[in-house]
Design a protein around this ligand. Structure first.
Ligand SMILES: Cc1ncc(COP(=O)(O)O)c(C=O)c1O
Length: 461
C-alpha cells in the first residue's frame, strides 16, 4: 500500500518554456472581466470577494485573465495550489481517474486509493504513533470532524481557541473562529462550549510585554487565570490552534509557546487540535507548520493544498481516539476518488520536486526582499512568516503602530492593477503566498511590483 498508482505522463515545463513576466493588455478589470463581475453580483451570494480578477487559465505561478492579461499569483488561489497551477502530473492523474471511476461513496464502501492516501498522510503528519484518517471536502469540515471526535472521545463539552483565529464558517468551526466580528455577527448561539484566550501576537502583545522576558505569559495565563476562574480544566476536551494564525494576520507564535501550552494541556488530558488547513503541505517550508514548534498534536485538520485545487480535506488523529461504533460521524463525498488521485499526485510532486526546500529558500529570499522594502516604506510595520507563508503589516507610521487598513487595501488594488494578485489578512496585513514552485526571478518580479504599488497607494494620501 505504499506506491501511488499514477505515473508522471508529461514532462514539467522547463524554466525556459515557462510563462515569463506580467503582461497587461487592458486595465484590470478589462471589458470581459467587468461583465462577469457584474453578473456575479446579480447571481451569486455575497461572500468574501477581494479583487475583480477573472481567471480563465493558469500555469505555475501565472494566471491568465479573460481579457488576455497575465498576472503573477501571490495567493496560490487562496492557499490551495502549492504545487503551482495545473501541474501536468496532477492534471494527468485527475484525468486518468475521472475516466475510470469518480464516485462510489468511500465511507460506505471501499477504495484502494483512499487507504493509500490515509497511510501516506499518517507517515508525514508528526507523531511516532499509529494514526487514522477521516476524509472531508473542505477546511471547515475537517475542523468540524476534529472538534466532534475530541468531544466524543473525551466526553467533555469545552473547546478553547485563540482570539484572532480562523477555523471555518460552519457552526462548529465558527464557534472557534474569532478573527473578525463580521464572521460571527447575527449567528449566535454558536455550537456551544467555545472559549477563547488572547493570542501569542508579539508585535501587538495583548499584555504589552516583551519576548522573552514575558516568560510566555500568553500560554501560562491559561493555567494561572482561566483554569482558576472561568474554565474548569477537566471539562475541556481540546485546545485548537493554527501553527501560524492565518486569516488573523499571519501571527507566528514565539518560540516555546506551543511547548508551554502543551505542558498545561497534558496535565488535564486535553487534546491539541492543530489546524493546518492554511499552513499544511509545505507552505511553511515543512510538511506541517506545527513542526516548527516542537510539539506533537493529537489531531490535525487539513484541506486547501492537499488536492491542488480539487476539494479534499483530511482529519488525521491518534488511532486510539477513533469511534468505537459506526454512525457517529461520516459523509458522502469525503475522499472522492478524483480528489484522492489529485492528492496522491500532489504529495508525490511536493516530494519529487523538493518543494519543502524551495518553500524554505524562496521564503528566505522573499522575507529579505520585504525587509528591504520596509526600510524604504516605513508604513510596513512588521515583516513575518515561515517559509512561503509570509505577511507584512501596514501601519500609520514607524513609531505609531496604528493599523492602516485603508492603505493596505489600496496596496492590494494598486498591485493587481499592475499584475500582482495579493490577499489581505488580519486588520491591516497582506499575505504573500505564491505557489511553492516559484523561481527566484518571479519572487523579485513580485516584490518590484509591490514596491511601485506601495508608492502609488501612499500617493493617494
Ligand atoms: C486555518 C483555517 N482553518 C479552516 C479554514 C476553513 O477552510 P474552508 O474555507 O475550506 O472551509 C481556513 C480557510 O481559510 C483556514 O485558513
Amino acid at each position: 500500500m505504499s506506491q501511488s498508482t499514477h505515473r508522471p505522463t508529461t514532462a514539467l515545463p522547463s524554466p525556459a518554456d515557462a510563462p515569463k513576466g506580467v503582461v497587461i493588455k487592458t486595465p484590470i478589470p478589462g471589458p470581459k472581466a467587468k461583465k462577469i463581475v457584474a453578473a456575479d453580483g446579480r447571481f451569486l451570494m455575497t461572500s468574501t470577494k477581494t479583487a475583480p480578477v477573472v481567471v480563465e487559465s493558469a500555469a505555475g505561478v501565472w494566471v491568465n485573465d479573460v481579457d488576455g492579461n497575465r498576472l503573477l499569483d501571490f495567493t496560490s488561489g487562496v492557499g490551495v495550489v502549492n504545487t503551482g497551477h495545473c501541474h501536468p502530473d496532477i492534471v494527468a492523474a485527475v484525468r486518468d481517474q475521472a475516466g475510470r471511476l469518480m464516485h462510489y461513496a468511500g465511507t460506505d464502501y471501499y477504495y484502494e486509493n483512499q487507504v493509500r492516501l490515509a497511510e501516506k498522510l499518517g507517515t508525514i503528519v508528526p507523531g511516532a504513533f499509529a494514526k487514522k484518517v477521516f476524509f472531508t471536502n473542505s477546511g471547515t469540515e475537517s475542523v468540524e470532524a476534529a472538534l466532534k471526535i475530541a468531544r466524543w472521545n473525551r466526553q467533555r463539552p469545552i473547546t478553547i481557541g485563540l482570539l484572532g483565529a480562523f477555523h471555518g464558517r460552519s457552526m462548529g468551526s465558527l464557534t472557534m473562529t474569532a478573527s473578525k466580528p463580521a464572521q460571527r455577527a447575527r449567528f449566535q448561539p454558536y455550537a456551544g462550549g467555545g472559549h477563547h484566550i488572547p493570542p501569542p501576537y508579539c508585535y501587538r502583545c495583548p499584555y504589552k510585554l516583551e519576548f522573552p522576558s514575558c516568560d510566555l505569559y500568553c500560554a501560562k495565563i491559561l493555567k494561572e487565570l482561566y483554569f482558576e476562574t472561568s474554565i474548569p480544566p477537566d471539562d475541556v476536551a481540546a485546545f485548537i490552534a493554527e501553527p501560524v494564525m492565518g486569516e488573523g494576520g499571519y501571527v507566528v507564535p514565539p518560540k516555546g509557546w506551543f511547548g508551554a501550552l502543551k505542558t498545561i494541556l497534558d496535565e488535564h488530558g486535553i487534546l491539541l487540535i492543530d489546524d493546518e488547513v492554511q499552513a499544511g503541505f509545505g507552505r511553511t517550508g515543512k510538511w506541517f507548520g506545527i513542526e516548527h514548534h516542537g510539539v506533537t498534536p493529537d489531531i490535525v485538520a487539513t484541506a486547501k493544498a492537499l488536492g491542488s485545487g480539487l476539494p479534499i480535506g483530511a482529519m488525521i488523529f491518534r488511532k486510539e481516539l477513533d469511534y468505537t461504533y459506526q454512525g457517529a460521524h461520516s459523509n458522502t463525498f469525503g475522499g472522492n476518488l478524483v480528489a484522492v488521485a489529485s492528492a496522491l499526485a500532489t504529495l508525490d510532486v511536493i516530494e519529487r520536486e523538493k518543494l519543502l526546500e524551495n518553500s524554505r529558500v524562496r521564503g528566505e529570499q522573499l522575507i529579505a526582499r520585504l525587509r528591504e522594502l520596509q526600510k524604504k516604506h516605513e508604513v510596513i510595520g512588521d515583516v513575518r512568516g515561515l517559509g512561503l507563508m509570509v505577511a507584512t503589516e501596514f501601519v500609520k507610521g514607524p513609531s505609531d503602530k496604528a493599523p492602516d487598513a485603508l492603505l493596505r487595501d489600496r496596496v492590494v488594488e494598486e498591485s493587481y492593477k499592475r499584475g500582482l494578485v495579493l490577499l489581505p489578512c488580519g486588520k491591516s496585513s497582506i499575505r504573500y503566498i505564491p505557489p511553492l514552485v516559484i523561481r527566484p526571478e518571479e519572487v523579485d518580479e513580485g516584490v518590484e511590483i509591490l514596491d511601485t504599488a506601495i508608492t502609488a497607494a501612499r500617493r493617494r494620501g
